[in-house]
Design a protein around this ligand. Structure first.
Ligand SMILES: C[S@@+](CC[C@H](N)C(=O)[O-])C[C@H]1O[C@@H](n2cnc3c(N)ncnc32)[C@H](O)[C@@H]1O
Length: 228
């Protein structure tokens, strides 16, 4: 779509505010022909409505999944909703043939915010992203919960952030990764590998022991004392 088209531009900039995470995702679609978007997590449909608006303009399609019935959030010939657990990939791909056969330009993971779930979705859906397409993962930054001293959500967000980073480290040759801060954090896996290329099997990449990290300030002091 020619972003210089003033009517389109005005509405686009109104729906996708400059600097917002929705704008980052939408910008990634502007050069795509008939973009195919797969969204995990609809709820009241704020991201869905924005994606569908863009799909209508770009002659694309949005496929959305939610475990709850969100079929009434909007109506458009450019939108298909499926009530399902997003981990049920065979059921999802059975309903969304375009995603199964041609792949998606953008997958947005914004459903169950828990590290094992997000890791599972990345492993299941990565192969269905087209080359030069993206998987975006929402809610990777816990600052809002740290401000409220909400320990559980702070931990869950950190664990999800770690899981996403580990997925990236396992797939360095297949994707690049960018994390955007603000709005609870958004990760972007830009796929450099071909459509239908599966992610690598999970391997345990060495990391230091977390206890050493906690002890590090004291160990540093001891190290300095020994040197004197
Ligand atoms: C954060 S909301 C989605 C918000 C929406 N993307 C937006 O920006 O307006 C999360 C949604 O994920 C759904 N959900 C939770 N677990 C799910 C699962 N396993 N499969 C599919 N949807 C799930 C919930 O029902 C909820 O509606």
């Amino acid at each position: 779509m020619n972003i210089k088209n003033t009517d389109f531009k005005k509405e686009y900039e109104n729906i996708f505010q400059q600097g917002s995470h929705l704008r980052i995702m939408a910008d990634s679609l502007l050069e795509k022909e008939n973009p195919c978007i797969l969204e995990c997590g609809v709820e009241r449909g704020s991201s869905t409505k924005a994606f569908v608006w863009l799909a209508e303009k770009l002659n694309g399609h949005v496929y959305s999944i939610d475990i709850d019935n969100c079929s009434k959030v909007l109506s458009s010939k450019n939108w298909t909703f499926l009530q399902s657990d997003d981990c049920e990939i065979d059921f999802v791909l059975g309903a969304f043939k375009e995603v199964k056969e041609k792949g998606a330009d953008l997958i947005y993971i914004d459903s169950y915010h828990e590290n094992l779930h997000v890791e599972k979705l990345l492993n299941l859906y990565f192969e269905y992203v087209k080359k030069d397409g993206s998987i975006f993962v929402d809610d990777l930054d816990n600052i809002a919960f740290r401000k409220k001293k909400d320990i559980w959500n702070s931990i869950v967000y950190d664990l999800t952030d770690d899981a996403v980073k580990e997925f990236y480290y396992n797939n360095l040759e297949k994707t690049t990764y960018t994390k955007h801060f603000g709005e609870n954090g958004l990760g972007n896996f830009y796929k450099t590998a071909k459509l239908f290329e599966k992610p690598n099997l999970k391997k345990k990449i060495w990391n230091y022991n977390i206890i050493i990290k906690i002890l590090y300030p004291y160990l540093r002091k001891i190290k300095k004392l020994i040197k004197v």
